[in-house]
Each structure stands twice: as C-alpha cells, then as structure tokens.
Design a protein around this ligand. Structure first.
Ligand code: NAP
Length: 634
C-alpha cells in the first residue's frame, strides 16, 4: 500500500515543513551536510518555514523524495544520529542555539527512541487511587496509574469523558494550541483535520483514548465528590459521593483533576435575574437555542466570545457585544485552515518527521516570548508596556491590527488593549473577529453596563440595548479551586479554611497536612504565553505517580509535603509573578484571585516545571510509616 503512495510523494512534499523535513532527511540518509547549509531564520509574523532559499528547499525535497522511495521499497534506515548530531539538529530546527539547560528537557519531549518513554514501572504494592474528573488530565492520570499497577477509580460528574471539550459546545469552539502539539505525547494523532481543530474533534480524540486504554469501566459517571476526609487511623481517604453512585469510597490516594475552567462565572450586574428572554453562559450553550432573527447581547470579549461571536454574527438579526477590556490579537493565519492531505501523509509516513515537527511546534511555544512578558526593572517606556521587548512586540502587533481596521479606523481603540502584552492570554486571530465587529448588524459597546433589564442591557450613558437573547461570555470562577468539594486532611483541617480563598500548593499539587492528596492543573500551574497545558499535566502526573512509587519504595503509607518546602516555593512563585505582565497592579484577569494574588499562573520557564517534577525529592516530604499505624487501628 505504501508503495502506491510513493507515487504522490513529490506532491506531498510540497506541503512539508522544510526544517522538519531536513531533520527527517538526516535520519533517513545519515547525511548531515543539510545542517551545514543555510539556517532557518524565523520571523514572528512569518510562515514558520524559516525563510530558507528556494534552491535549498528544492534540493531537500528532491533528496527526501529519493530517500522515501528507497525507504518505501524496504531499505532500512542508517543508525540513529549521534547525540552531538541530534544536538545540532535541535539548533538547526530552532534557528537558534538552544541553551544547554533545555537539552535534556527537549530530548525527553523529542523521544526519538519511539514508544512511550514515560510509561511508569509497576509498583510492588498497588494503592487504591481515586481520580476526580475524566477530562484531559484525569484520563491521563488514570492511564499512568493503571500502568503503574494501581487500583484506580474515576469519579466523573458528567455522563461522558472529555471535561472542557464535552462541556464547551458553543459555536466555533476550538483549541488554540497547535493540535499537533495539543495531544498526549504518547498518543500522537496524524489525522487532525485542522491545525487548531474544533471542540467535537478534540472530544472524540479524548473519547478514543479512553476507549483504547479501557478506562470507561473504571469511571463512575454522573457522580460528584462532595467531600474527601482523611482517616488518620486507617491512613486513607474516604470520599463521599452524590449522584448515580452515591455512597462512600475509600482510597489510599486522591488525584483531583477537576480543571480550573468549568465553574461558570456570572457577572454581578444589577438586574441580572430580571432578564425575561433567553439567557445562558457560553459553557452551557443550549443545544436547541435559535438565534436567527433574534437580537442578541453578548457580555465579555475573552477567549470564548472571541470564538463564538464571529460564528453567530451572521445568524443573529442584531448583535451587541459588550466589551470591558479588549484582548490582544496574535496573528495566526492558519487558525481555521484544514491540514492538507500531504501534510498528514508526511506526519504518518516519513520517519521521524512527526517527532521533529512536534519538537518545532513545542520550541516555538517554549519560552521565547516569556521575556517579553516580564517587567524590566526601572522601565519608563510608553504606557501599556513593561520593557523594551514588550514595547517592540506591542508596536508590531498594533501595526498588524491597524491594517485590519484600515477601512474602519474608528474601531482601532476597541481592538487594541491598554494593558501590556502578556497581561492576559492573547487570542489567535485570522481576521474573523474584526470582520465580525465591522458588520453593520454588530455593535461593539464599550460604555460600561449599568444594569440588565427585562428586555436588554442599559449602559451608563442611559442607552438601552434591546435583546431577546443574552449570552454570558464572562469566563469561569477559576481561582475557586476545588469548589464544591470539602477536603479534610490531618486533624480535620479543612483545605478551604486553610486557603481562605487564596489557594496555594507545592508545585501546584500538594499541600501540607493533606497526605496523598494531589491536584492536577492546581494553583500556579496555568500558562499564559508559553507551552501547552497537556505538557503541564504530563509533568504533574509523572510526579504524582513518582510520589506513589516513593511510598512503595519506602514501604510507607502516606507522604505530605513539609510546610517549609511549600512556603518557600510559594514565596518564590509570588515574587516572580509580581514581575510578570499578568501580575502588574493595573492588570485584572481571572489569573488573580479576590485577594489580588496571582493564584493561577506558573511564572517560570517550562523547563523549570519539567525539572521540578521529574521525580519527587523525598527530602521535601514527611512520610507516615505504613504498618504501625494500621496495626494500631486494628
Ligand atoms: P475570560 O477570558 O475570563 O473572559 C471573560 C470576559 O468577560 C472578559 O472579556 C471580561 O472582561 C468579561 N467580563 C467579565 N465580567 C464582566 C462584567 N461584569 N462586565 C463586563 N464584562 C465582563 O473567559 P473565557 O473567554 O471563557 O476564557 C477563559 C479561559 O478559558 C481563557 O483564558 C482560556 O484559557 C480558556 N479558553 C480557551 C479556549 C481555547 O483554547 N480555544 C477557548 C475558550 C476559553 P475583562 O477582561 O475586563 O475582565
């Protein structure tokens, strides 16, 4: 079958990402001269091809076609390139000298040896582990815990897996991390239909993974965890469940994978309950809502509204978009584009091409822009900037945005934020947002809302905006970590009492006095300008599985992080977050909690999280020995 495909190889190669193809070519031929010629030079607004000269690109394509012909006819591959060559390939594809302290991290991400290098070793004494949530990170945790031999139960409030991709069904919902990166490292998908696929495609990916790893029999669907109580005598957690599987469940360890972005936040606006028409939150989009011929009001212009407004604008009779703060728009030309057949073919068939393509995507999103989001000490530049790189980027983005509103310049102030770039997550823009705002039947309303009435929204200038349908694109109660779940640890300590609305944890995962209790996507593990959240979850899960392996090694029953370790870590996080664009005093977002502390974001580099979570340091924890306590209880 592959043989017949080779006839199209040259055509497929037209769609290649050339720097990735160069690396694949080195694998296929053992010839490293491709690395010595022209080097990719990337432009922030470019096509990602590295501006390589046409004759070089032609040569690479021709040599790759010949190498693929040989490979498809059964010729083997030369031995793997030596580590020093791999290192050169990394620099080549990055178009930069990769700092030495990234190399182990990037090598782990690259996984040239194939297979699933992060699969854990089985433990000697399996634990009963309860995982709360069957979304992206809960499924991941369950896969790894089962592989490590544990006895896993998953509790899921919904009737299916998928978490955020199950709940967010608004028109236009799609991932905003490139899809060939937004997938588990061990479950690559060569068939993403789009570079940023839609929510239903993402949902079916996670459903397929759940089926492949046979996780459904472990899941109690339609069931919520109300309370987790640590039983000191038995050294285990008791979970109190409501819903379809109401009752209790004992577990030696608990992994919360409830996400940060699933408790809708409704704004506190006078008269909210008085609206007589249809009103709903973007994450609770009704299946049967009819917008055609309706006057629709949308409150909010964050990531969700940014995706659904362009979709519903042509349908509604009139759309009023109420904006408090505009988002930054990051040019992404291929945001809605299909992945070409050639590109999918290359990912599937060309040896190592997919690995390097993912590596490149990962590198482009690693930490390059993090410096632009960090405030320079003593900076005294233009308003809305926090440093020279930040100011440069602002100028470039404003230039791009200005082009889009050249025919309607009065719109410019409504689409350029005053806060610095990096203050909030910038949104992927291919022009459809501004096109929607330019429509004659769409109003961008920037006058603050005074109240909601039975028939619409009144703004502070006294204007009443009539509406039949009111959509809240107002985000989530993200800083209410573990909202709705009472967690009682040692000596009956309540986690929520401890936090007082200001959630903190060590590495986002563990809290002193709450033994064997772990959180995924917990406090200070959200990212704004770098990385993919799946990367973070994989790091966290490796750490959690490692913590249980450490218990196994020591023959201990429980571990909880030392207060000093937890506190020192949080001091470092707070100090660094204060330097970041999202931590600046004038910037408000869901990254800050009611106390004004940034409780969501990881302010350091990705490589720092990777290093910190490779394996737990036993010195960071107090261990509870297994037998004496259990025997005493018996
Ligand atoms: P969001 O980013 O929190 O945006 C909420 C919007 O509502 C903001 O524009 C906010 O204005 C506005 N708002 C809140 N209260 C208001 C009030 N009282 N009056 C007027 N406006 C008000 O929520 P989201 O758009 O649902 O996105 C949340 C997060 O989910 C994103 O940051 C992203 O991490 C994730 N997400 C990801 C994707 C994706 O990957 N494709 C898609 C959607 C969401 P202010 O900015 O002034 O507060």
């Amino acid at each position: 079958m592959l043989r017949s495909m080779t006839e199209d190889i040259s055509a497929h190669l037209q769609d290649a990402h050339i720097p990735s193809l160069v690396c694949a070519l080195v694998h296929m031929t053992g010839d490293t001269r491709w690395l010595e010629g022209p080097q990719p030079v990337y432009d922030f607004f470019g096509d990602g091809q590295g501006d390589l000269p046409p004759h070089f690109v032609d040569d690479v394509r021709n040599m790759a076609a010949a190498a693929m012909e040989r490979y498809c006819s059964g010729a083997g591959l030369p031995p793997q390139p030596a580590p020093a060559t791999i290192r050169r390939m990394m620099d080549f594809i990055a178009g930069a000298e990769i700092p030495e302290d990234y190399v182990s991290f990037l090598t782990d991400e690259l996984r040239l040896e194939g297979g699933d290098t992060r699969k854990p070793e089985p433990v000697r004494t399996p634990q009963r582990v309860a995982v709360i949530g069957a979304g992206m990170s809960g499924l991941l945790a369950a896969i790894r815990l089962v592989q490590a031999g544990h006895d896993v139960s998953i509790i899921e409030k919904n009737e299916d897996v998928g978490g955020t991709w199950l709940e967010n069904r608004y028109p236009g919902v799609r991932v905003d991390t490139p899809n060939h990166l937004y997938s588990y490292s061990f479950e690559a998908n060569h068939d993403w239909p789009q570079h940023y696929s839609t929510g239903d495609v993402l949902l079916s990916y996670f459903q397929r993974v759940a089926d492949k790893y046979d996780l459904r029999p472990l899941i109690r669907f339609g069931t919520s965890v109300e309370e987790c109580v640590w039983d000191e005598a038995r050294c285990c957690w008791t979970l109190h469940l409501s819903g379809e599987h109401a009752g209790t469940l004992d577990a030696d360890a608990v992994v919360s994978a409830v996400g940060q972005l699933n408790q809708p936040r409704y704004p506190e606006i006078e008269g909210r309950d008085s609206f007589a028409g249809t009103a709903f939150h973007s994450a609770r989009w009704p299946d049967d809502v009819e917008l055609s011929g309706k006057r629709v009001a949308v409150i909010g212009t964050g990531a969700s509204a940014f995706q659904f407004v362009p979709e519903i604008a042509p349908e509604a009779e009139h759309l009023s978009v109420f904006q408090r703060t505009p988002p930054w728009l990051g040019p992404t030309e291929n945001y809605h584009d299909e992945v070409s057949r050639g590109k999918s073919w290359l990912l599937e068939h060309v040896p190592f091409y997919e690995r390097w393509y993912r590596f490149w995507l990962n590198w482009t999103m690693t930490d390059g822009i993090l410096d632009a989001a960090r405030a320079e000490e003593g900076w005294n530049g233009p308003k809305g900037t926090i440093g020279a790189v930040n100011a440069e980027l602002r100028e470039a983005l404003v230039g791009e945005i200005s082009k889009q509103v050249a025919d309607k310049p009065e719109l410019l102030s409504g689409v350029v934020p005053e806060y610095p770039i990096g203050g909030k997550r910038s949104l992927r823009d291919n022009g459809v947002w501004i096109d929607a705002l330019k429509r004659p039947d769409v109003d961008l309303v920037e006058v603050p809302i005074a109240r909601i009435t039975a028939t619409g929204i009144e703004t502070e200038d006294g204007v009443h905006h009539d509406a039949d349908v009111l959509i809240y694109g107002t985000g989530f109660r993200a800083s209410d970590f573990l909202s709705g779940i009472e967690v009682r640890g040692r000596e009956g300590h309540s986690l929520h009492d401890r936090w007082q609305g200001d959630a903190r944890a060590y590495l986002g995962m563990t809290v002193p006095d709450f033994p064997n209790f772990f959180m995924l996507y917990g406090p200070n593990t959200n990212i704004v300008v770098n990385g993919s959240i799946i990367f973070f979850s994989e790091c966290s899960v490796r750490y959690v599985v490692g913590a249980l392996a450490e218990l196994d090694r020591q023959g201990a029953a429980a571990l909880d992080v030392k207060h000093s370790v937890h506190d020192r870590f949080n001091e470092r996080v707070d100090a660094e977050n204060e330097k970041m664009a999202w931590g600046q005093p004038g910037v408000s977002s869901w990254y800050k909690n009611a106390k004004g502390r940034v409780s969501q974001n990881w302010p350091f580099r990705l490589v720092d999280y990777w290093n910190a979570t490779l394996a737990p340091d036993p010195e960071d924890f107090d261990f509870t020995p297994a037998r004496p306590l259990r025997q005493a209880a018996e």
